[in-house]
Design a protein around this ligand. Structure first.
Ligand code: HEC
Ligand code: HEC
Length: 412
């Protein structure tokens, strides 16, 4: 099975790369989210999708000529993405005479993540989990609070090392400069996708788009950078959404979760054994209840019938059945993946997708995993049934680490 999949993926890679050097003058609009809103609000979305797409193209340009709307942003956040790096990552694959590689995203990433970052590239079908749809701006393996975007370092590390246990490969051969370009491009695609989603939602929920667009004053538009006359309400809302999302990304570093020092520094063998035992009890206990998903002693997965947030958005959250192919068909035609159940990890395998070092596991347990059912927990001052203390979280970290065999590479 594995060999078969591998061949399918390489075949698709070869076929797709026939198109790596071609010109592409438009990103696909987010028809999937438009359709989701159409269902949940019982409102036709054509007018909203049309205005939103024009605004998004004005702000962010095209796959061959990306734009970073620096003129419309406050100085403090405008430098988040660099236009030069962006154009090196974008466009068709080519090498300049000085050896610089262009089209890095299309060369390395688009086959899985799709040109617009929708996670629906030609190789994505055979993968479980599916490649990330960057347009939600939600990332699993990061050092920041659950609702905050990842830091540049988080993204760079995931790309450099890959995601063990998934199809996402490692990229050890990219130069640091190339990696920087690609990180910019992932941030760009995420912000572009998030702004598009928020504009679509604002169109129906706030601006009064129905079958027809609303009056001129309310239409979602991008003001020209030189415009000195006052802005329309629609222009103001567009700028506000853009500024908010870029602002969150620019502040990501401030949302990195601090990890307190472990209680014993370097624990003796007997301290460690006691900590692991306490961790074992917490794992099976009422408050952390890890066993509810990860099974006794982390040996397997408790059967859960849950899905990740990307799939739930266009299925269970709007009253449809994720496993029902008929229900899902119109959404699949609009670019959705057939929902696959998310399976809690068999922790005994010792394969960590987001890193198995102690600090990372501490954050994972406190923050949970964004976009998935794995919840975070409240860290409390004194032991009680309202959360776990820092030391208790450390006990859980030690217990989880004790599963992994000593030979696991990720174990430190
Ligand atoms: C062969 C398919 C494949 C290729 C090629 C690929 N990825 Fe991925 N990528 C995945 C899969 C699958 C996931 C989802 C893993 C998960 O959910 O844990 C993923 C997840 C990610 C994430 C999300 C990490 C997080 O914290 O949630 C980022 C960022 C990412 N990929 C960037 C890239 C970039 C940049 C490239 C190109 C340099 C690339 N990927 C190439 C399959 C791929
Ligand atoms: C509601 C179900 C649920 C609960 C409760 C839960 N988890 Fe998870 N956990 C998951 C799922 C689902 C994944 C896989 C996520 C993925 O790869 O997308 C996961 C993955 C993990 C991972 C792997 C992280 C990595 O980098 O690969 C660890 C470690 C983990 N859980 C520890 C715990 C601990 C410790 C607890 C208790 C404090 C816990 N989980 C509670 C559902 C749960």
């Amino acid at each position: 099975m594995y060999r078969f999949r591998f061949h399918v993926v390489s075949l698709i890679l070869v076929v797709l790369c026939g198109g790596c050097d071609s010109k592409i003058d438009r990103f696909d609009p987010n028809r999937l989210y438009a359709m989701t809103l159409e269902r949940s609000r019982s409102m036709p979305m054509d007018a909203a999708l049309s205005d939103t797409s024009t605004a998004i193209d004005d702000l962010f340009g095209t796959p061959d000529e990306p734009r970073w709307p620096v003129d419309l942003l406050e100085e403090s956040v405008a430098g988040l993405v660099d236009s030069k790096r962006l154009s090196q990552a974008a466009g068709p694959v080519l090498s300049l005479q000085d050896g610089t590689q262009h089209g890095l995203y299309r060369e390395h990433c688009a086959v899985c993540h799709g040109l617009s970052g929708n996670g629906n590239g030609p190789a994505s079908l055979v993968q479980d989990p599916y490649p990330r749809d960057f347009r939600h701006g939600v990332f699993k393996w990061k050092s920041t609070e659950r609702n905050a975007p990842p830091t540049r370092d988080d993204l760079a590390e995931r790309i450099r090392l890959g995601i063990a246990g998934t199809a996402m490969p490692a990229y050890p051969l990219l130069s640091n400069k190339e990696l920087d370009c690609i990180v910019d491009y992932v941030i760009y695609l995420s912000i572009r996708g998030e702004v598009e989603r928020e504009l679509l939602a604002a169109a129906v929920d706030e601006m009064g788009y129905e079958e027809e667009p609303p009056e001129e004053e309310l239409r979602l538009r991008v003001p020209s950078a030189e415009a000195d006359e006052s802005l329309t309400e629609g222009e103001e809302v567009t700028l506000e959404i853009l500024g908010d999302i870029v602002g969150q990304w620019a502040e990501a570093d401030e949302f990195v979760l601090d990890v307190p020092a472990p209680p014993h520094g370097k624990p003796t063998a007997s301290d460690l054994a006691k900590s692991i035992e306490r961790g074992r009890e917490l794992f099976h206990g009422q408050i952390a209840n890890c066993v509810g998903c990860h099974d006794e002693n982390g040996i397997g997965q408790t059967i859960t019938l849950d899905y990740d947030d990307w799939s739930k958005e266009y299925s269970s959250r709007i009253g449809l059945t994720p496993s029902d192919a008929e229900d899902m068909k119109p959404f699949r035609d609009a670019g959705a993946m057939m929902p696959r159940r998310i399976i809690p990890r068999t922790l005994k395998d010792g394969v960590f997708h987001g890193g198995g070092d102690a600090e990372t596991l501490y954050r994972r347990i406190v923050v949970g995993i964004a976009g998935t059912p794995m919840p975070g927990i409240d860290v409390v001052e004194t032991e009680s049934n309202r959360g776990l203390t820092e030391n208790q979280v450390w006990d859980l970290v030690r217990y989880v680490q004790s599963f992994a065999t000593q030979s696991s590479e990720e174990q430190r």
